[in-house]
Structure formats: C-alpha cells, structure tokens
Design a protein around this ligand. Structure first.
Ligand code: KIV
Length: 288
C-alpha cells in the first residue's frame, strides 16, 4: 500500500481517531532517511542540535544558519514524515518581523513544512503572525529550554496549582492562535492529561507521561548515543555507544594486527596487465 504523506491535517485527524503520533528529533540526512523509513509521522529538527550534536551545554547559541543547514540535510532524507524546523533562541522573540522572516527561511531555504516556537502568551503575537504568513506552527510549553536561565535550570514545570494553571492557560491561548499541535515537555502527567483532554489539537509529550496524543524523543537519546546523563523520561531502545565502541576497538585491533584490509577488501589488477607491468619493472627516474 502506498504510504500517505503526513501533513498537519493528518496529525489532527490522528488525535480524533485516538491514534498515537510519533515524532523524533534528528539533525542529518542518514538518520532522517531511517526515521522516515520507519514510518515515524514527524521529524523535528530541534534546536537540541546545540547540545546533542554541536557539543554546546544548552540550545541558546544555536543560530538560524545552523538550523537551516541541518534542516536542509534532514529534508533530503524525508519523504513521508512531516518536517518541523525549530525556531532557535532570538529568532522570534525580538519582533514579529524577525519571527516571520526566520520562520520563512526555515521553510524556503530549509524545506521545513512547519516550525516550532517555544512559549505561550509571551510569544503568541509572533505565533499568530507566522501562521498568518502561511506557515503552520507547533507550540512548545512546560520546560522550554530557551528559558533555562529564567527557570534556573532544566526542571519539571507545572508542579504547583498556580504554575499548572498558567500552562493550561498558555495551551488554550496557543490553540486559539491556531497552532496545529503542542509539545509538552517535562510536566506532571496529570497536567499533560488535563491539557490533552481540553485542547482540540494534538499534544506531543516528552517527559509528560502516557496520556498525550503523541510522543517525541531525541533520536540520540533513544539510540543510547547521548552519553551517561539519561533523563528520567528517556527510554533507551539500544546501546549504540556500546556497539560503536566495540566496532572501533575491533577496527583498531585488526589494522594493528594486519587482519584488515585483506585481499577480500582490495581491488585487483587483471593478470594480463600485471604481466605487462612486471615485464618492464618500474625504475625510479634519475633526478636532473
Ligand atoms: O529541540 C528539541 O529537540 C525539542 C524536543 C525535545 C521537543 O524541542
């Protein structure tokens, strides 16, 4: 059966049908291709690019040019999944014009089909403007990493009645603004459930429990490629670091012990050509 291209409408229909949505954050062509082939519905080129792939301690230094560079690569590997590009820190906070232009760059240059913006009431004017410009927006509430310094660290959000009410209010405001989906990051599962039941657009959880309409993880976390620090919400489905470490040790050992490369991994010359070559052996030229 021919697979259907996933659009923002498909994700909204999935919520109606209570069909869970899967999304993964990825940053390059080969992983995008594998995710797309695995029929994951959406690929997010997250600004987690900063800490996961570029080695920064957080997402704040990621630039628009870096996001576009990686979104382009992911787009080349994506055929069916919805491609969402993350708006990095300061690409939308300062003005509506910045927001439209930078969202437009992710679509026009990066080939994203939608963008993700962190925040609720504090950024809703930018969210509305991007949507008015024809670009679908995915919201992001709870632990929004671009606000890490204001939050005083990467902590669960919405644990008290007041903060939970504020996140619910933000979700309602984003829904009214026209977002097609909302990521809920690191919030108590009861709050995520309440929001999921009270908004018409799909919620995609990460550290938000089992009752969201979908789930997103960073691919490197899922594969066991992100070092020793494993947040509580991550499930590692394999240990790629262990697998890679073994492969690298084998490669090193086989080269050192002359096991690799063998003739099997080498190119051969035709016998006739070899004979001709041996008839007139190579002599070094005399230097002038
Ligand atoms: O940048 C990112 O990868 C994200 C996801 C964790 C939702 O925002």
């Amino acid at each position: 059966m021919e697979r259907k291209k996933v659009t923002t409408t498909v994700l909204k229909e999935m919520k109606g049908k209570k069909e869970k949505i899967t999304m993964l954050a990825a940053y390059d062509y080969p992983t995008a291709r594998m995710i797309d082939e695995a029929a994951i519905e959406a690929i997010l080129v997250g600004d987690s690019l900063g800490n996961v792939v570029l080695g920064h301690r957080d997402t704040l230094s990621v630039t628009m040019d870096e996001m576009i560079h990686h979104t382009k690569a992911v787009a080349r590997g994506t055929k069916y999944a919805l491609l969402v590009g993350d708006m990095p820190f300061l690409s939308y906070q300062a003005s509506i014009e910045d927001a439209i232009r930078n969202a437009g760059r992710l679509v026009k240059e990066g080939q994203a089909e939608a963008v993700k913006v962190e925040g609720g009431r504090n950024v809703v004017d930018k969210v509305e403007a991007i949507i008015r410009a024809g670009i679908p927006v995915m919201g992001h509430l709870g632990l929004t990493p671009q606000w890490v310094h204001q939050f005083g660290g990467f902590k669960v959000r919405g644990k008290t009645e007041t903060t939970a009410r504020s996140i619910i209010e933000d979700a309602k405001v984003l829904e009214e603004a026209g977002v097609f989906s909302i990521v809920l990051e690191c919030v108590p599962w009861q709050l995520a459930k309440m929001i999921t039941e009270s908004v018409s657009v799909p919620t995609i959880g990460i550290g938000a429990g089992p009752y969201c309409d979908g789930q997103v993880l960073v691919l490197h976390d899922l594969l066991g490629l992100s070092g020793q620090h494993i947040p509580k919400f991550v499930k590692r489905y394999t240990d790629m670091e262990g697998i890679v470490a073994k492969a690298l040790a084998n490669f090193r050992e086989e080269v050192k012990s002359c096991k690799f490369p063998s003739i099997e991994h080498s190119y051969a010359m035709e016998d006739e050509e070899l004979k001709k070559l041996l008839r007139h052996p190579f002599r070094a030229r005399k230097s002038a």
